[in-house]
Design a protein around this ligand. Structure first.
Ligand code: NAP
Ligand code: MG
Length: 405
């Protein structure tokens, strides 16, 4: 069989620990035998980040800006313990944070569904994708404990030094707490564009929710910016695609999401997205079945798994033990990136390969062959066989070969 050709390189970002092991297995078994893989390789593994003083992370993000599509392996975000473990000269920042800042992107997370794993919410039939505005609000807030009675004020001084606002937040008669948070129109606009673009690209309805009834300036701004951008730039395109944009209050959204069949994108403010993505992913099954894609407002895409480097499994792997780590979300990062590359370059064979690769994953799971994290989740009575990572990947390969033959 002739290998599928690519024209533009894919930005490949390698990573750490167990997912780095899976990365190589996936390439060897599921990609290289079928695709004449063209990638620009960046090693974001912690040793290489240390060696390049994290330059490699920045370079990989700029390459994504240049080529438009990237696929990323999970990486360690160093903490104090990692600084010791890897003898780091600095506690390097989260690569995901760095890449997100450079691409000004929004993260979309969607679960992979199979018939034998039923969501905790019975009526959910299709994935719910959460888009989280990963900028500002309480994540960049200034806060402190108020030690004693006194007046707290919100003051704004403009560039010329003129005080334009001064409002009393609260006249404290006893100790308490105080917080000042902010967001920027430019960031909200980028978020809105990424959401509208992603909805069009995946042909799904877009929901957006805030607490604008209570927060009449702050949350109201989010609502108005989304509406303005929708009316001016996306309304016609949405109508043509047969999809809708729907704004509702966060409380109402939560109630509707639970009653829904799924199959839409739910755009959330930073905190709502943080909390709701954990609820939605748990209700759909397993973190190992959660995909994630970073989309920039100008249409650049970076695909990855939502989970981390699976450190606990890696330590077992280092001791020579077999692990049953689930590679599905990482395989879907590759298929997502290859499909997008194929769509951008007009390569139908590559798009088809991505579809078949995902199909082969589903075939394998439906045949009852799965990693240990999933065996406890399937509906009672399903015949399952728990396998280790490499046997699972080989079982996918067998089915992929059949599909491509
Ligand atoms: P994690 O790697 O997602 O793993 C947490 C636990 O979830 C695992 O111990 C495992 O449970 C289960 N799990 C996750 N993915 C799995 C898979 N593919 N197959 C089977 N089980 C899976 O999170 P963590 O342990 O908190 O973080 C480890 C490292 O990853 C940290 O250094 C963190 O900085 C990094 N991280 C990176 C990213 C990213 O690059 N996007 C995201 C999150 C975390 P059992 O052990 O019970 O089997
Ligand atoms: Mg969270």
């Amino acid at each position: 069989m002739e290998k599928i050709k690519m024209t533009t390189p894919l930005v490949e970002m390698d990573g750490d620990e167990m997912t780095r092991i899976l990365w190589q297995m996936i390439k060897d078994e599921l990609l290289l035998p079928f695709v004449d893989l063209k990638t620009e390789y960046y090693d974001l593994g912690l040793p290489e980040r240390e060696k390049t003083k994290d330059k490699v992370t920045f370079d990989s993000a700029y390459a994504t800006k240049k080529y438009g599509v990237a696929v990323k392996c999970a990486t360690i975000t160093p903490n104090k313990q990692r600084v010791e473990e890897y003898n780091l000269s600095e506690m390097w920042k989260s690569p995901n944070g760095t890449i997100r800042a450079i691409l000004d992107g929004t993260v979309f997370r969607a679960p992979i569904l199979i018939d034998t794993i039923k969501p905790a919410v019975r009526n959910w039939e299709a994935p719910i994708t959460i888009a989280r505005h990963a900028y500002g609000d309480i994540y960049k807030a200034t806060e402190y404990r108020v030690p004693t009675e006194g007046k707290a004020e919100l003051v704004f001084t403009d560039k010329e030094g003129k005080e334009t606002f001064r409002e009393t937040v609260y006249d404290f008669e006893c100790p308490g707490v105080l917080q000042g948070s902010y967001n920027k129109d430019s960031s909200i606009r980028s978020f809105a564009h990424a959401c509208f673009q992603y909805a069009l690209g995946t042909k799904q309805d877009l929901w957006f929710s805030t607490k604008d009834t209570i927060s009449k300036q702050y949350d109201q701004t989010f609502k108005l910016i989304f509406q303005e951008i929708y009316d001016n730039e996306y309304k016609a395109k949405f109508e043509e695609a047969g999809i809708t944009y729907f704004y509702t209050l966060i409380d109402d959204a939560v109630a509707r999401v639970i009653r829904s069949k799924g199959g839409f994108i739910w755009a959330c403010k930073n905190y709502d997205g943080d909390v709701m993505s954990d609820m939605v992913s748990t209700a759909f099954g397993s973190l190992a079945m959660m995909t994630s894609v970073l989309v920039s407002p100008d249409g650049k895409y970076e695909y990855e798994a939502a989970h981390g480097t699976v450190t606990r499994h890696y330590y077992r792997h280092l001791k020579g033990e077999e692990t049953s780590t689930n590679p599905i979300a990482t395989i879907y990062a590759w298929s997502g990136a290859l499909r997008k590359r194929g769509e951008m370059d007009g390569l139908t064979a590559l798009v088809n390969f991505a579809d078949q690769l995902e199909g082969a994953c589903i075939d394998t799971l439906m045949d009852g062959i799965m990693t240990k994290d999933l065996t406890g989740l399937v509906v009672p009575g399903t015949k399952v066989e728990a396998v280790n990572s490499i046997d699972f990947i080989k079982a996918i390969r067998e089915r992929l070969e059949k599909r491509l033959a």
